[in-house]
Design a protein around this ligand. Structure first.
Ligand code: ADP
Ligand code: MG
Length: 524
């Protein structure tokens, strides 16, 4: 009883008004959060909600722009991860920070006092891994280990510091269901010892299963705090995706024309153990239509984009048809020649070569047929620089690309401006088909609305547009029809006006009949 009162009197961690700006963009905006000793606290939110940013501030990786972190009753400036560790905060990152060539013990030693002998570290690590059910061989090389095993190293490394709070950033997104179950057992053990866990996830079911409290983030703000076990999946989904309908809803006045993209029963086996297998994906996009594909990260969006773009052609040409031609076996350039354009998620290195100027990047993306327009007499050696440069300028004007100088290197543009350029580059070709993955990821609000408007306008001019996105506001803003991807399966399309946020949230959270997403059986 006394202990309960103590818990309420002195929380382990209190965050007040925590705010983080990247440039003018508030990734965290006045976050309040309280964690009691011995609780498993969920930090829940869609992709981009600001979860990683928040915990990076708690762990001293990022410094807050404003607000306060109160640790065991005392305000603290967490200056570095080393400082966080010494306070008793451990963290397991979303992307591991391990050296492949080193052994497990050597990797662990890197974050500890260099005076501790390696043999002692190996011994302690082995003891911890036994105690917490995290099987690990300290002498094995990280390069030979699975993702699940690598995560165990990170957890053991955090435990060696005897932390009061362990933060895990989307730990199960890389685990098999069986590995996830094992991890949950470990977390319950930590909780039983009175340690606290801050558990980041967007998976409603697991949060309900293992967490005592949940704080929900959306667009950098707290939208709710609750006991997840008292909630329904629907009410949690509503907090995650927001209850208000997106401000701009596109008018569905334009009549849809011929089918320009036709995908029938696309099956693509996973290329790596952690890739997603596409299962029986069918979709159809007509002239004048924006089809938006919603879903939480890692449910097959990248794999679907790769198949649609020809980054990875598929075995049966007929599976994917564009403008009435079988294109499944064509690569990107072959599909571009048919009038399709593509914008991948990864900008630097994939959509743009960072060291090259904007105009050279422009030339690089043109298919052979377009490229001839830029070549005098068809010889690469006599590229007409003026034509390219003026096209680059046209694109920058159209999309309001902010840059220094006339034709700077792609690397010198901010993320949002580079994204505007890349989208503008595709739009400038007037593609009859445009397929984009996460078009406004990390882009500020002004640039995002310009990009969305451009996508809508392209469809209005008679093109077929596919927008893969995790941002539901974006989806409702641009889409005529919406389908949801979950575990490699695509739901049937729903007219945007007929889909509620609650229903889409449930489809995204994987709580549904995965193929059809009709009425869910989950009563309120
Ligand atoms: P989550 O972990 O909830 O998916 P993040 O905290 O990673 O979200 O990101 C929140 C928002 O902040 C995103 O829009 C992301 O693009 C942006 N962001 C994150 N880190 C940076 C950074 N270093 N520079 C600029 N923007 C960033
Ligand atoms: Mg994150």
């Amino acid at each position: 009883m006394t202990e309960t009162i103590d818990k309420e009197a002195v929380p382990l961690l209190q965050v007040r008004g925590l705010t983080k700006y990247f440039g003018s963009f508030a990734a965290n905006n006045g976050i309040d959060l309280t964690i009691a000793p011995g609780e498993i606290h969920a930090l829940l939110g869609e992709n981009g909600a600001g979860k990683s940013t928040l915990v990076k501030m708690l762990f001293g990786v990022l410094q807050p722009s404003a607000g306060e972190i109160v640790w065991t009753g005392k305000p603290q400036t967490v200056t570095s991860p080393g400082h966080a560790r010494s306070l008793g905060i451990g963290m397991v990152f979303q992307h591991f920070s391990l050296f492949e060539a080193l052994t497990v013990a050597e990797n662990i030693a890197l974050s500890l006092d260099p005076k501790i002998p390696l043999a002692k570290i190996a011994e302690e690590a082995a003891a911890l891994s036994r105690a917490y059910g995290l099987p690990l061989d300290p002498s094995s090389h990280v390069a030979d280990l699975s993702v699940g095993e690598r995560q165990r190293i990170e957890i053991v490394r955090a435990l060696l510091q005897n932390p009061k709070l362990i933060i895990l950033d989307e730990p199960t997104s890389v685990l098999t269901p069986q590995e996830a179950d094992k991890l949950f057992e470990t977390l319950f053990k930590l909780k039983a010892e009175g340690r606290s866990v801050l558990y980041i996830s967007h998976r409603l079911e697991e949060v309900q299963r293992i967490c005592d409290r949940a704080t929900v983030l959306r667009h950098g703000k707290v939208t709710g705090a609750c006991d997840p076990r008292q909630e329904t999946p629907a009410s949690l989904a509503r907090m995650m995706v927001g209850s208000e309908v997106a401000a701009v809803h596109r008018a569905d006045a334009n009549a849809l024309g011929a089918t320009l993209v036709d995908v029938r029963r696309l099956n693509v086996p996973a290329r790596t153990p952690f890739a997603v297998t596409l299962k029986d994906v069918s979709l159809r996009v007509r002239a004048g239509e924006v089809l938006a594909i919603a879903g939480v990260a890692g449910n097959g969006q990248g794999e679907l984009f790769d198949a649609l773009s020809g980054e990875y052609p598929v075995a049966d040409a007929e599976t994917i048809r564009m403008r009435d031609k079988p294109v499944g076996r064509l690569g990107i350039n072959g599909r571009r020649m048919l009038g399709a354009g593509f914008v991948p998620e990864e900008r630097h290195g994939h959509a743009a070569v960072s060291d090259m100027s904007l105009s050279d990047n422009l030339l690089l993306s043109r298919s052979q047929s377009d490229r001839t327009a830029f070549l005098a007499g068809g010889f690469a050696s006599v590229i007409r620089h003026e034509t390219i440069r003026s096209a680059a300028k046209r694109i920058c004007d159209m999309m309001d690309v902010r840059k220094s100088g006339d034709d700077p290197a792609a690397a010198s543009l901010s993320g949002g401006n580079l994204q505007k350029f890349i989208i503008g580059r595709e739009l400038d070709r007037q593609p009859s088909i445009l397929i984009v993955n996460q078009p406004t990821w990390g882009v500020d609000a002004g640039a995002a609305s310009r990009i969305r408007q451009a996508l809508i306008d392209l469809a209005r001019s008679g093109s077929a547009v596919v927008v893969i996105s995790q941002d539901l506001d974006e989806i409702f803003e641009v889409a005529n029809n919406i389908a949801v991807i979950s575990e490699g399966r695509l739901s049937q399309p729903f007219p945007a006006g007929e889909l509620t946020l609650e229903k889409i949230g449930l489809l995204m959270g994987g709580i549904h009949d995965s193929t059809h997403g009709g009425e869910t059986a989950h009563a309120h």
